[in-house]
Design a protein. Structure first.
Length: 256
């Protein structure tokens, strides 16, 4: 474990207060917007409107918590349905994703999110939960993602599966699910790097972990085509995606 500096201890109360403030703003906005989400998410016909409301919520949350989003590579965004793959090292990643990607997409996320009273407001009836402990339900979720792509929606997945608990922001090996989906639907992969979120809002359980205003830097990399790829080329596809996302982290280190 890395030894903490005196500065870390001196600024600990400020980080703690910022986290409390962030959570208060998060919950306040969630409750204020709940009636609108409740109406829109009762029917799948309003998915695009619900997505726009999510974007509004995300932008307002970040403005009120003094987080500015800086996006590089907007020109690389594809218009066709794709599989969005990003690194996952902070609770900010999901919020910033809604700001960075203007076109409607659905999240494929862990089913445990449905147990969180406020988060499930945004997740139910729109995004796709996956229960990894139940193989039948997991396959059912994958079929739902295929149907969503066929209907013209992009799917956002964090291929690491979970946020790493140590060595952040170093990425964990990618799981195959996102790539099986992309290849089966011949949908391009849109790699995205969140290079600074881990410094703005830590995932660690320590109440005095990273928490501060700042700039959330996002890199949107050129899409990776999957048309015509065979199953034996999947390992190469995973490695290519991993290296693209990792390059955004490396460039951030060089720019310091």
């Amino acid at each position: 474990m890395q030894k903490k500096s005196i500065f870390w201890y001196l600024t600990a109360p400020l980080r703690f207060l910022y986290k409390i403030y962030f959570l208060l703003v998060f919950f306040a906005l969630a409750f204020l917007l709940y009636p609108f989400f409740f109406v829109l998410l009762r029917s799948k016909r309003h998915v695009h409107k619900a997505f726009k409301l999510k974007r509004f919520w995300a932008k307002l949350l970040l403005v009120l918590t003094w987080v500015r989003v800086k996006i590089n590579g907007k020109e690389n965004l594809v218009k066709e349905p794709c599989v969005i793959c990003a690194n996952h090292a902070s609770y900010l990643d999901i919020v910033v994703m809604f700001v960075a990607i203007p076109n409607t997409f659905l999240f494929l996320g862990k089913a445990e999110l449905l147990k969180w009273p406020v988060v499930r407001i945004f997740f139910r009836n729109m995004d796709i939960p996956v229960d990894r402990s139940n193989s039948f339900k997991a396959r059912e979720s994958i079929e739902q993602t295929k149907e969503a792509i066929q209907k013209g929606f992009s799917i956002a997945i964090f291929p690491e599966g979970l946020i790493p608990v140590e060595n952040v922001p170093k990425m964990k090996p990618f799981k195959r699910g996102a790539f099986v989906l992309a290849m089966s639907q011949e949908a391009p992969i849109q790699p995205i790097t969140f290079s600074t979120n881990w410094k703005l809002f830590a995932t660690e359980s320590h109440p005095f972990g990273a928490g501060c205003p700042g700039v959330s830097k996002v890199v949107i990399h050129p899409a990776i085509e999957t048309k015509g790829l065979e199953e034996n080329q999947m390992t190469g596809l995973i490695q290519q995606t991993f290296e693209a996302i990792e390059s955004g982290m490396e460039n951030e280190k060089k720019s310091r």
